[in-house]
Design a binder for this molecule. Structure first.
Ligand code: COA
Length: 362
């Protein structure tokens, strides 16, 4: 990478702060551990969209439910968008059919957030050969998202787990997809265009695409005893351990602990508990091996490690993991679009020219 581009400040924001040395994530002044699994996803939406950690009279919950119902009514008019093999291709194509909703802020954010959940659930079902299930606007957003995927009411602990996951990953500093959304917003383009650009950025393996491979790793390891040998062989072969390491964090990603706690609360008759024990063993083993092999570069678990285990625990298919991430992160994208609009300044970085000079220039 060219020198000097790492960690460049591109905006002032009140949305979230990431401290990679201390392992802290604050969302509008609140540590993530005080939000995820503690307050509802809708209240966290209130925090990011309006600055107040509340959902006054359930207004956001109700409006999200109504937005889901409207989005469901659009499904038949999305052409072949939801037939794409890749869930992020499907979500991007479906989202592109939306127009920015009218109405005072945060109505446009609510509309697109409601729609992404409906499109994700419908794509997940179509990928299994099943018809989409209409939303129940009276339910909380996470609970209804799971209900639309599974086609039945889900265990309350599953709904709480997804709610905690959504609240945990709503925003995370100036990550690639959020930056993409802000660049688009800075040109005075519309909210949906910003969200579509962000979806494109999130699709990539280095951003939103790692939880599936974490599960492939857990499957391959099989049992806690096998972890050290399997991981050492991976590293010997020059491969990376999925779910470990982060561009910003030099300690354990604080979201890993939050999601680990959400997993502990999942009632599933033991399957998730077994998987959690395996994940913990693999994490410990990977930490030890990486510390020995890369003593100068702290490589600890990132958010994807326990995201994978959590989403699997609520029976979401691996192919739906990144679209499910988008269902939460869209809240942050919308908040950043609003913030960028208030700033009213075009983001126009410069590139350092390192190509040849014309012969006429000495
Ligand atoms: N397993 C083994 N080695 C790793 C590693 C991992 N998960 N992550 C980083 N490293 C090593 C690199 O090989 C490199 O070693 P080198 O200096 O001897 O070549 C060193 O650590 C620095 O890696 P670098 O690629 O510069 O770090 P980065 O900041 O660009 O990478 C990630 C961050 C997340 C892309 C990287 O840690 C990774 O690929 N992790 C696995 C994939 C993953 O979990 N992604 C989800 C991210 S939330």
């Amino acid at each position: 990478m060219s020198a000097g581009l790492e960690g460049v400040v591109v905006a002032d924001t009140v949305m979230s702060a990431v401290d990679g040395q201390l392992g802290q994530l604050w969302i509008r002044g609140y540590p993530v551990a005080e939000l995820s699994g503690v307050v509802s996803f809708e209240e966290v939406c209130g925090l990011l969209w309006t600055g107040a950690l509340r959902d006054e009279g359930g207004a956001i919950r109700r409006a999200l439910g109504e937005a889901r119902a409207r989005a469901f009514g659009r499904i038949e008019r999305l052409g072949d968008a939801l037939e794409r093999a890749d869930g992020m291709d499907a979500l991007r194509a479906a989202a592109a059919h939306l127009g920015e909703a009218a109405g005072p802020w945060p109505a446009p954010a609510i509309e697109v957030t409601g729609a992404l959940a409906v499109f994700t659930a419908a794509w997940t079902r179509r990928a299994r050969g099943l018809a989409p299930v209409p939303p129940d606007p009276d339910l909380g957003h996470a609970e209804d998202t799971l209900r639309m995927v599974h086609g039945r009411a889900v265990d309350p602990s599953w709904a709480e787990a997804l709610d905690a996951y959504f609240a945990c990953v709503v925003d995370h500093g100036m990550n690639a997809s959020t930056f993409a959304a802000r660049v688009v917003a800075s040109t005075e383009s519309d909210l949906v265009s910003a969200v579509v650009a962000a979806l494109g950025a999130l699709k990539g393996r280095l951003h939103g695409g790692a939880p599936g491979p974490v599960l492939d790793m857990l499957d391959a390891v099989g049992s806690p005893d096998a972890a050290p040998g399997w991981l050492a062989a991976e590293l010997d072969a020059g491969r990376r351990i999925m779910g470990m390491g982060h561009r910003v964090y030099r300690v354990r990603d604080p979201r890993a602990a939050v999601l680990e706690r959400a997993l502990e609360r999942l009632s599933d008759g033991g399957a998730a508990a077994g998987r959690l024990a395996l994940a913990r063993a693999v994490e410990r083993s990977a930490e030890r091996l990486l510390a020995a092999r890369k003593p100068d570069r702290p490589l600890r678990a990132n958010v994807e490690f326990y995201t994978a285990t959590l989403l699997e625990g609520i029976d979401l298919p691996r192919a739906a993991f990144t679209p499910t991430f988008a269902c939460a992160r869209v809240v942050g994208w919308c908040a950043h679009v609003d913030e960028q609009r208030r700033l009213g300044r075009l983001i126009r970085p410069r590139a350092r020219y390192v190509g040849p000079r014309p012969a006429s220039v000495a």
